[in-house]
Design a protein around this ligand. Structure first.
Ligand SMILES: [Zn+2]
Length: 151
């Protein structure tokens, strides 16, 4: 989900029950590779469009709002602090197998980014709008799991 100038309003929280079966292979691409390699060094990279000032985390090669190219000069490190935008309790893994213990997935609006980022929510009593910060894994390999989540 992306917040931009046209839809920056907040909607009431809702829930939807049902299946969402998706199987795919994902290629990180040039901007994604920079993002994942930076994770190994405990750095979260975003990039900002010079034309419209919209910021992306993870970074993009082109602005999805105004289609400008986002070159190397548009990248910056963000500090890993965020606001909890939304969250959900998850009972099944991506294969449909029941988890031993449910987990929380959060949508986070990181400081320095206009986009929403999904990862593990590591708090016991979440509240939408609460301030959180990134928690890094001890062993990092350039994967999304270099982050444990946000607390
Ligand atoms: Zn733009």
């Amino acid at each position: 989900m992306i917040l931009n100038k046209r839809n920056q309003h907040k909607l009431p929280t809702t829930s939807v029950k049902g299946d969402f079966p998706v199987t795919y292979h994902y290629t990180a691409g040039i901007a994604g590779e920079k993002f994942f390699l930076a994770l190994k060094d405990k750095k979260l990279l975003a990039n900002t469009c010079d034309s419209c000032k919209f910021s992306y985390l993870p970074p993009k090669m082109f602005c999805e709002d105004c289609f400008d190219e986002l070159d190397d000069g548009t990248y910056k490190e963000v500090d890993g602090t965020a606001e909890l935008f939304s969250y959900s309790e998850v009972f099944y893994d991506h294969r449909g197998d029941k988890l031993e213990k449910p987990l929380l997935l959060g949508l986070f609006k990181l400081n320095g980014s206009s986009t929403i980022f999904m990862h593990n929510l590591l708090v016991s009593e979440p509240k939408i709008g609460m301030k959180v910060k990134v928690v890094w894994s001890e062993h990092r390999v350039g994967s999304i799991f270099d982050l444990k989540g946000f607390e």
